[in-house]
Design a protein around this ligand. Sequence first.
Ligand code: DAT
Ligand code: MG
Length: 139
Amino acid sequence: MAIERTFAIVKPDAVQAGHIGEIVTAIEQSGLKVVGLKLTCLTPALCQGFYHEHVGKGFYAELEAFMCEGPVVLMVLEGEGAILRWRELMGATNPAQAADGSLRQRFGTHIGRNATHGSDKPESAKFEVSYFFSAFEQQ
Ligand code: DAT
Ligand code: MG
């Protein structure tokens, strides 16, 4: 499998609850490398560009309000098959359906408050990494 880069977010619920460290630890213990990292707050405009595929859906207003309610940690992760591996570590979108021990099962509380984000395919990973990180900000 090829070395890939993927994009990850520790969402506002998990930052507010004090789970940044546990999530970064899970990433590093899985063998994925953190090659870019920053803490910031999203704005509605940034959120709309990032989640462009979901703008206009019934849950979008709730998603935007949630993503802008407090700080987030943005990361670029690297490793063999990183895109799928990070999705597996996170678990299913709905924490109620996420596998035992997955991050969304451990730290998510609701489908709309699910603790982490991960790119779902190579094209999204490329777009999402470059949306938030310049080449200079990635190792
Ligand atoms: P994922 O984050 O697993 O890639 P997605 O791309 O389908 O899932 O949706 C993006 C985010 O939007 C998701 O993490 C949480 C929110 N969301 C999705 N479906 C939802 C729904 N039915 N109700 C509320 N929030 C939802
Ligand atoms: Mg998605």
